[in-house]
Design a protein around this ligand. Structure first.
Ligand SMILES: Nc1nc2c(c(=O)[nH]1)N[C@H]1C(S)=C(S)[C@@H](COP(=O)(O)O)O[C@H]1N2
Ligand SMILES: [Mo]
Length: 237
């Protein structure tokens, strides 16, 4: 399965066209899956670009290998070196923090099979591993009045969530997928896994997390996409 990369410089209209395309591609893919391509990945491990073995299933659930997962990036893949990487936590917090890559991967982690749904009409199911976002925010101490959590990424993408959603839903800052580290294409060193939100809110290459008392609209949200990004609702604002 070929990667379809790049949604650079799309406006709302062209993205709508792509959504339609995505739906027809989706139909195409399910045909292929029935023919044994995407749907029939062997239960043994497949090889990731790093040469590590990706799990192909977990607790009875079939996992999509990274090479089969499409790549969407507003400015192309970001290549970030682990030793130069950190996530800053700031804004309305008692103690602004900075976490290095080793700080992040050494936090106690958990894993869960979660499906990413892109508005273009495709999805990807994988085993995501990382640490829960809530713990990180509590460590910094959320100041009273904070109601929005804003995420910024290396490529200029950004998004936000209400603090209520962060508290009530499952958010993971993931550094592994299918039991291997993320590739650059899929967000290395870390990306967000937001199971109840559309894919455009699963920010890759996270660099900063900010607590705010204001509403905030990120890259896609200022281009017509719903700000809460709830999967069970229309993604059009
Ligand atoms: N930093 C950043 N994160 C991003 C994007 C992006 O362009 N930049 N694209 C988003 C979109 S639209 C989707 S559907 C998912 C796709 O994730 P994938 O490329 O790992 O499949 O990433 C999201 N996160
Ligand atoms: Mo997307």
């Amino acid at each position: 399965m070929e990667k379809i990369s790049g949604v650079a410089n799309e406006d709302k209209i062209s993205r709508r066209t792509i959504i339609k395309l995505g739906i027809s591609i989706g139909i195409g893919l399910s045909g292929i899956a029935a023919a044994g391509c995407t749907g029939q990945v062997s239960p043994s491990a497949v090889s990731s670009p790093a040469g590590l073995a990706e799990l192909t299933q977990y607790e009875g659930q079939r996992l999509d290998p990274m090479k089969n997962i499409r790549v969407n990036s507003i400015k192309g893949t970001q290549h970030i070196e682990a030793d130069k990487y950190s996530i800053g936590v700031g804004g309305l917090v008692d103690m602004p923090k900075k976490y290095s890559y080793s700080d992040l991967v050494n936090r106690s982690s958990l894993k869960k099979v979660v499906t990413l749904h892109c508005v273009e009409g495709w999805d990807a199911t994988a085993l995501w591993e990382g640490f829960p976002l809530k713990g990180l925010l509590d460590e910094a101490g959320i100041k009273p009045g904070a109601k929005t959590v804003i995420f910024y990424a290396q490529d200029g993408d950004s998004t936000s969530f209400s603090l209520d959603d962060i508290r009530a839903q499952f958010f993971l800052v993931a550094h592994k997928i299918n039991n291997v580290p993320l590739t650059a294409e899929h967000g290395y060193p870390t990306r967000l896994v937001a199971g109840e939100k559309w894919g455009y809110k699963w920010l890759k290459w996270i660099t900063r997390i900010e607590l705010s008392d204001q509403e905030y609209k990120g890259y896609w949200e200022t281009r017509g996409y719903s700000n809460n990004g709830d999967l069970n609702k229309s993604f059009l604002a």
